[in-house]
Ligand binder design. Structure first.
Ligand code: NAD
Length: 414
């Protein structure tokens, strides 16, 4: 039986600890989530009936500051998955050195068969149920798969109604008119591209005519494809949940986006060949960006992959076994705890702006984001080179070391 997602995250933590040798008590502390809440979410459906959904919020660790992490709506959401993602958020916030702990939340539901009103009622009741755990000083949710800025607006409104006044800082990834930050919608992808550019420098490669494949064409995948396309790279393949498209001459990403908004899939775009997601994975490219679900690249399909750089837009889209294979082939791995941290960095900027009621311009946000992402990349690369370890273990060493320092210096209560 293959390892669960959380077991995979713990294996990476174990690997990192071989280089950290943390005291037993601290290490055990970091192998367990601090708080896990499971809620039942009754929702009045459009047909008049009531359905019950299961929701979760896990605060993995908050030694370094309030817990932070997205909300996922997906049929496959489980406590194991949310715990794994909350742990990764903990290391990720520490890798980029922002003063947050890690959390994650989600509801097991299929939004593709729900109306907007049903999603609104689900969001409001879920927010109410986890309302005992969230708040701008405690735990700040954000969007993740199948949640967007409208869902954040409903969450902010519900929490504010519970309090009796407006609390913009309770969530990030909000619409700009409610205290959202400029640049947040493309922040994850922009940070990811910064790490790809740094990797290109290490490999002596150029962005001109760089061939790129992107799995997932949502918030992260679309913006990553678009930024790279605008920088002169050739995006030769993209995929969404319905399938993939491929054009060796490069896709016009603006046109693909128009097609997707019209037909709800990238498939059928006239200037490309339709492929399955697995077929796209076997097409040679310089950079592969998995930006959909976890574990999409596994021991069953890793041998097909022919790429020089894998930049993880999603969290752990490459399993540990597949990661070992890619590392042994000399593929430059950009793990999600580093590569997709741009989203939480600009979420941090949004939270700071909300608390101060003072907003920054886009240039300030882009510059600060770039500085943080470049610094984190260099720190992870230095650990990888110094200890002769792969980039995922190196990033985990950096993140876990910072969390462990905070846990240690705070001491054990009481
Ligand atoms: P999203 O809902 O906006 O987009 C998800 C995309 O993945 C959609 O295009 C969907 O069609 C596609 N998809 C789903 N299943 C697929 C499959 N089996 N094969 C190929 N494509 C598939 O979600 P998002 O916000 O872009 O998040 C994508 C990933 O990035 C998630 O793993 C998320 O945890 C991670 N992430 C997101 C952010 C963020 O700021 N949104 C930050 C860090 C990490």
């Amino acid at each position: 039986m293959s390892a669960s997602f959380f077991e995979e995250v713990l294996m990476t933590l174990d690997n990192a600890n071989r280089h950290l040798n943390l005291p037993q008590g601290i290490f055990q502390r970091l192998r367990l989530p601090r708080r896990s809440l499971i809620v039942s979410v009754p929702v009045q459906m459009d047909n008049g009936g009531v359905e019950f959904f299961t929701g979760y919020r896990v605060q993995y660790d908050f030694a370094r500051g309030p817990a932070k992490g997205g909300i996922r709506y997906h049929p496959r959401v489980t406590l194991d998955e949310i715990t794994a993602l909350a742990a990764l958020m903990t290391w990720k916030c520490a890798v980029v050195d922002i003063p947050f702990g890690g959390a994650k939340g989600g509801v097991a539901c299929d939004t593709t068969i729900m109306s907007r009103d049903e999603i609104k009622r689900l969001t409001r009741r879920y927010t109410y149920e986890i309302g005992i755990l969230i708040g701008p000083e405690i735990d700040i949710p954000a969007p993740d798969m199948y949640t967007d800025e409208q869902v954040m607006a409903w969450m902010m409104d519900t929490y504010s109604m519970m309090k009796g006044y407006s609390v913009p800082g309770v969530v990030t990834g909000k619409p700009i008119c409610l205290g959202g930050s400029l640049g947040r919608n493309r922040a994850t992808s922009s940070g990811l591209v910064t790490t790809v550019i740094e990797a290109l420098k290490v490999l002596n490669m150029s962005i001109d005519n760089l061939t790129v494949s992107v799995l997932g064409f949502g918030k992260v995948g679309f913006h990553a494809a678009k930024i790279l396309y605008d920088l002169g790279a050739k995006v030769i393949g993209v995929a969404d949940s319905k399938g993939a498209i491929y054009n060796p001459q490069g896709l016009n990403i603006d046109e693909v986006a128009k097609h997707k908004s019209q037909f709800d899939s990238v498939q059928g775009y006239k200037e490309a060949e339709n492929l399955t997601v697995d077929e796209l994975l076997s097409i040679e490219s310089d950079v592969l960006i998995p930006a959909a679900l976890e574990a999409q690249i596994h021991k069953g399909n890793v041998d097909k992959i022919k790429t020089k750089i894998v930049a993880e837009g999603a969290n752990n889209p490459v399993t540990i076994e597949a990661d070992e294979v890619l590392n042994s082939k000399g593929v430059f791995m950009l793990p999600g705890v580093l590569a997709n941290a741009g989203g939480v960095v600009v979420s941090y900027f949004e939270w700071v702006q909300d608390l101060q009621r003072f907003f920054w311009n886009e240039q300030e946000i882009d510059d600060r984001l770039n500085t943080i992402m470049r610094r984190a990349f260099k720190e992870v690369l230095a650990i990888s080179q110094e200890k002769k370890i792969d980039m995922r273990t190196a990033a985990t060493v950096l993140g876990v070391k910072r969390v462990a320092e905070a846990v240690t210096i705070r001491g054990l209560y009481p």
